[in-house]
Design a binder for this molecule. Structure first.
Ligand SMILES: Cc1cc2nc3c(=O)[nH]c(=O)nc-3n(C[C@H](O)[C@H](O)[C@H](O)COP(=O)(O)OP(=O)(O)OC[C@H]3O[C@@H](n4cnc5c(N)ncnc54)[C@H](O)[C@@H]3O)c2cc1C
Length: 802
């Protein structure tokens, strides 16, 4: 083994091998892969090798497409067969809801260029004769599905990487990692040490343990997973290879394996493997079979596919593989650790391994993953994702692997975990809660405790009339919303304003004022949107998306402020309440000594005030489009503040409202939000945030690219008025224009104040000016969509500025 390397990749499973290959492909040849045993000695060797392009996140789906297309390339370079069988695949729907879900998946596939087709049960039975038609309602056909040979794929990546200059050492275990002061690493192994500029943790089943070597607890857990292979079946003799098949309601997947079928299950009673510590002596081993655990799934399988019942079992495989709490990979540089990267938690290595390697290599070499990989970014988890949280969430995710998640369905594992001081008060007001970064927040309020429950649906549901009433209260009097679930940073010090001016695109506000600002990367793409509040000349409160707190911190580490500046995340130190509506000023004025008139406290003002007995910061901002105030207090005061506002609000029929009503109102105002309208694939002008980019500043990150984008941005964010009956767009639906798919929806909602359905979405700039010809496809039906030239509600913004 060499003693110096630019990158040390730890782990020779399919993911580590792909990372190594992609680094060499991008031109980095001085790279080393260290494998404790033989290649594939983690979860890779016993995988079923299935692959498909469909994924709930379109950006991950694109990387899955890339992975499948890559197999030809690495076969050609390496001369090693990947054993690719493209059989085509069927996703079977056993219920009407599942068929709706498939229609939505097909629609999403349209703008990804995927050739998916909804077919009848008869057609499904013709393509996959083993199924019993009476259990199914329809299916989706995907021509690009199949399976590969896990050994072949891993070795094809590895050989291609070696031909590109990489070194691979086997039977060498990394036992420790020591950081040097320049950010490089001493990689300690049982066969000597190597000094590496960068380390990539691709240690699969041991990624958690490798993380612990550098003091982090990665949110991953291995689950036992079983599949069985039947004896030879006469039904398959002399026939073309059977399609890949997923039976969602049966929670089963099937494919042909020689003369029999391979049948895998994601059973409800899934069992974690090595929940706290993965044994280092686990090699190419299998776990003991537990057919009893999957007996309920097998019973369904024999009903849905009767011939399987007579085929007998030739072999059972039980092996562990890892998951993150949401089932998506963990990829990228780790906050707080220089030059330490992860590529782990990859539960579908043969669909995703190539995409993970591509994104990581680009990110490491060019400073940007080259695609929107927010759904896989390791920074989406914060400290709240503890070992026990991960355990509960991964078990839930495993048991729901093939379940439908309805848009209004909140998952229940590991809840309630984090609550604010007013949680019980909101509960008493019949709040229906959602979970965001482990924190409970109210979604809507029901009239009684018994009715405080969502009825899951793709259509409008039982919350609809109550959200309407909440929006009505905000429009006509005043509503109260908890806003604690925002990320916050306190920035202090003599260079604070200069640093903010450098990292943010908008102008730093004057003392007592607020500026809304995008944050851009060097490519001029949106990597954050903030409310920047100036408390004193050298003291700021920065408010942004809580889920992106770690993501922001990582960016701030890359662009450090001078020694005189402190940047402190303080999300849970300041909790908040917002009041919104025409009576919000009168309500608050009764509690504060400061003059709240527009003359004295205009829109975008920010000031420390005493609200009754409670000290806090009051900002005059509005995400609802109505006159409104946001009040931030330290946690110990939140209950007192809530009680004061509720008591003073009786006079105005103050009504609590939740996140869903807020979503309806911000869509009416065409206000975007992070991870929906604002993502690192869009520029500020494309996203309609151009007015918050201050080109009078000579320097800020992304300025040069934003200048180009101003004149030549390829996309435009539009607001559409929709004609629908009982459903609204949810996000990710295709936008059609003149019979062609041209764009995608980012958010949708019913606008209760305007009385119709609305959607926000991106279309090519070249057709953004068209006034007709648009349609949006919702649950398989195309609806006329009228582009609006301005926000649907109070476009001039006079209500929030009065
Ligand atoms: C029964 C079963 C069926 C599956 N079916 C499918 C399927 O059909 N399709 C699909 O896409 N996926 C499937 N999977 C999942 C798939 O196996 C994983 O997605 C994939 O193997 C993950 O690869 P990896 O490289 O991240 O991890 P691993 O395969 O676990 O590789 C990690 C490697 O790192 C090495 N290593 C760890 N620590 C160190 C260290 N300290 N020093 C040196 N080396 C180290 C290990 O020896 C190992 O070789 C299945 C898994 C199982 C268990």
């Amino acid at each position: 083994m060499k003693s110096e390397t630019r990158v040390a990749v730890i782990g020779g499973g399919v993911v580590g091998a792909s990372v190594l290959y992609h680094l060499t492909k991008a031109g980095w040849k001085d790279v080393l892969l260290i494998e404790r045993a033989e290649l594939t000695s983690g979860s890779t060797w016993h995988a079923a090798g299935g692959m498909h392009t469909v994924n709930g996140d379109p950006n991950v789906a694109k990387l899955q497409q890339y992975t499948i297309e890559l197999y030809k390339e690495i076969e050609q370079i390496s001369g090693q067969s990947c054993g690719v069988h493209i059989t085509g695949g069927l996703m079977l729907a056993g219920t009407r809801e599942r068929l709706d879900w498939l229609k939505m998946a097909k629609a999403r596939g349209r703008y990804l260029g995927m050739d998916l087709e909804i077919i009848s049960v008869d057609e499904a039975a013709r393509l996959f004769p083993l199924l019993d038609k009476k259990h199914f309602k329809g299916a989706m056909y995907d021509p690009i599905e199949g399976h590969v040979d896990p050994y072949g794929v891993t070795h094809a990546y590895a050989k291609s990487a070696q031909l590109g200059g990489a070194e691979i050492v086997r039977h060498t275990r990394v036992t420790d990692l020591k950081a040097r002061s320049d950010g490089s690493w001493d990689v300690i192994t049982d066969h000597g040490n190597v000094h590496a500029e960068y380390v990539v943790n691709a240690a699969g089943l041991w990624a958690r343990e490798v993380g612990r070597m550098v003091g982090i607890e990665l949110p991953i857990l291995a689950m036992e997973h079983q599949y069985l292979i039947t004896g030879d079946m006469p039904e398959l003799k002399g026939k073309k290879e059977q399609l890949h098949c997923i039976d969602f309601e049966g929670e089963l997947y099937l494919r042909q394996e020689r003369g029999g079928m391979l049948l895998g299950t994601y059973e409800k009673a899934g069992v974690p493997w090595s929940p706290t510590e993965t044994p280092w002596d686990f090699g190419q081993d299998l776990l003991a079979n537990d057919l009893e655990r999957i007996a309920p799934s097998l019973e369904v399988a024999f009903k849905h596919f009767p011939a399987l019942g007579d085929a007998g079992i030739r072999k059972v495989v039980n092996g562990p593989f890892t998951f993150a709490p949401d089932g998506n990979p963990l990829v990228g540089p780790v906050k707080g650790l220089k030059n330490f990267w992860v590529a782990c938690g990859v539960m579908a290595g043969f669909s995703q391994g190539g995409g993970v390697g591509l994104a990581l290599s680009r990110w490491l070499i060019d400073g940007d993953p080259g695609a929107d990989i927010w759904a896989m970014d390791v920074a989406r988890y914060g400290d709240w994702a503890t070992l026990a949280y991960t355990n509960a969430k991964v078990r839930e995710n495993y048991s729901r692997r093939f379940s439908i998640r309805f848009p209004n369905e909140e998952l229940q594992a590991a809840r309630p975990l984090r609550t604010t001081p007013i949680y019980e008060r909101l509960q008493a007001a019949n709040a229906v809660f959602g979970d965001y970064c482990g924190l409970e927040h109210s979604l809507w309020f029901a009239p009684t405790a018994q009715s405080a429950k969502d009825e899951f649906s793709f259509h409008r549901s039982n919350d609809f009339p109550h959200i309407a009433a909440e929006c009505d209260a905000v429009k006509n009097s005043v509503g109260l919303l908890e806003i604690s679930n925002y990320g916050k940073f306190e920035i202090k010090g003599s260079g604070a304003a200069d640093w903010l001016s450098h990292v943010m695109a908008n102008r730093v506000p004057a003392v007592g004022r607020i500026a809304l600002t995008p944050m851009l990367n060097e490519r001029g793409k949106l990597i954050g949107d903030f409310t920047m509040c100036r408390i004193a000349p050298e003291h700021f409160l920065l408010i942004g998306t809580y889920a992106a707190e770690t993501y922001y911190q990582r960016w701030f580490e890359r662009h450090p402020a001078g020694p005189g500046v402190s940047i402190r995340p303080c999300a849970m130190e300041y909790v908040g309440l917002s009041i919104a509506g025409p009576n919000s000023r009168a309500l608050l004025q009764g509690l504060v000594r400061d003059d709240l008139s527009t003359a004295a406290f205009p829109f975008l003002s920010f000031k420390r005030m005493e609200i009754g007995t409670v000290p806090g910061y009051v900002g005059r901002v509005s995400f609802t489009g109505e006159l409104g105030f946001e009040i931030w207090v330290t946690t110990d005061y939140q209950r007192a503040l809530y009680d004061l506002l509720v008591s003073a609000g009786r006079k105005y029929d103050l009504r609590p409202f939740g996140g869903r009503a807020l979503n309806c109102m911000r869509v009416e105002k065409s206000f975007g939000t992070w991870a929906r309208e604002y993502r690192p694939i869009y520029g500020p002008f494309e996203a309609g945030l151009g007015r918050f980019v201050d080109f009078r500043k000579e320097k800020f990150i992304g300025r040069a690219s934003a200048t180009k984008e101003r004149d030549a941005g390829a996309l435009r964010l539009l607001t559409f008025k929709l004609e629908t009956k009982d459903s609204d767009a949810l996000g990710d639906e295709p936008i059609w224009h003149d019979g062609k798919v041209v764009g995608w929806v980012t958010s949708g909602a019913f606008g209760h104040r305007v009385g119709h359905s609305l959607a926000l979405g991106y279309v090519p700039a070249a057709i953004a000016g068209a006034t007709s010809g648009f349609e949006i496809e919702i649950i398989g039906e195309r609806h006329q969509a009228q582009p609006l030239s301005e926000a649907a509600y109070d476009a001039k913004g006079s209500r929030m500025r009065t």
